[in-house]
Design a binder for this molecule. Structure first.
Ligand SMILES: C[S@@+](CC[C@H](N)C(=O)[O-])C[C@H]1O[C@@H](n2cnc3c(N)ncnc32)[C@H](O)[C@@H]1O
Length: 233
């Protein structure tokens, strides 16, 4: 028997351990994911093994909808890659032909990834790809129509927490939500095991203007990763 869907906000639903977003480009998948119809609406499967945001939605002990932006929000996505997760965020924030009037600034440093991201954006109005180093906020802050309601950082670089704190405090609105997907293996410059690297990031966040709401262990889906769910005070 199929599970009854539970809404996690506009355009996203959960069925047991499976997540779906409401496809804003009907008839098209982004990375070969499954699609299915329910009446006139088409849903795309959101894979927690390919998306840290999806993994965090399944592993949080908070209300999952609180981790997500809403329709019409302004969002900043750092480390967009070819746009797998960005596309699902677009489904809920913009919808087809951006009828919600959302904005997603998606920053990516790799020209190879940017080619795919730019072609994704052709079909998805409201999605703005920027080829740049995400640490250089001056390269994308002027493109943002306002401070962000929601940001996600997924950069496999050193000093992920320091960078996140600096970027989030300057680009989020007060009360805005931030997700930091932290990869322990990228913090090799610090002694110790994965847990001590996560604890170091936690301490830095607690000393900042960000309120740490939850540390979400997503290692079941993404090895050596923790998602820090924060709010700007
Ligand atoms: C793990 S992948 C992101 C996956 C993506 N968030 C998703 O869920 O579909 C990390 C991406 O960050 C990009 N990246 C690494 N350092 C960066 C930087 N300093 N600025 C912008 N992008 C960067 C990499 O090129 C890579 O595409």
């Amino acid at each position: 028997m199929p599970r009854k869907p539970v809404s996690l906000g506009w355009g996203v639903r959960r069925e047991g351990r499976t997540l779906w977003s409401r496809n804003s480009t009907r008839g098209k998948s982004v990375g070969g994911e499954r699609r299915k119809r329910d009446g006139k609406i088409e849903w795309r499967r959101w894979d927690p093994f390919r998306s840290k945001v999806a993994a965090a939605l399944l592993m949080t002990s908070q209300k999952a909808s609180e981790l997500l932006p809403g329709p019409g929000d302004t969002c900043l996505y750092l480390g967009a890659s070819s746009g797998t997760t960005v596309s699902h965020i677009h489904d809920m924030v913009c919808g087809s032909n951006n009828h919600h009037n959302g904005q997603i600034i998606a920053v990516e440093i790799s020209p190879r990834m940017m080619r795919d991201l730019s072609s994704l954006a052709e079909d998805r109005s409201g999605l703005i790809p920027i080829l740049n180093d995400a640490r250089e906020t001056q390269s994308y802050a002027p493109v943002m129509r306002e401070k962000a309601h929601w940001i996600h950082q997924d950069l496999s670089i050193a000093d992920q927490a320091e960078n996140f704190i600096s970027i989030a405090t300057s680009t989020l609105k007060n009360g805005g939500i931030g997700l930091l997907s932290l990869k322990a293996a990228s913090e090799r410059q610090f002694e110790g095991d994965d847990q001590s690297r996560f604890s170091r990031a936690e301490k830095l966040i607690e000393e900042s203007e960000l309120e740490l709401i939850e540390k979400i262990d997503i290692s079941q889906y993404q090895e050596q990763h923790m998602v820090f769910f924060v709010r700007l005070l």
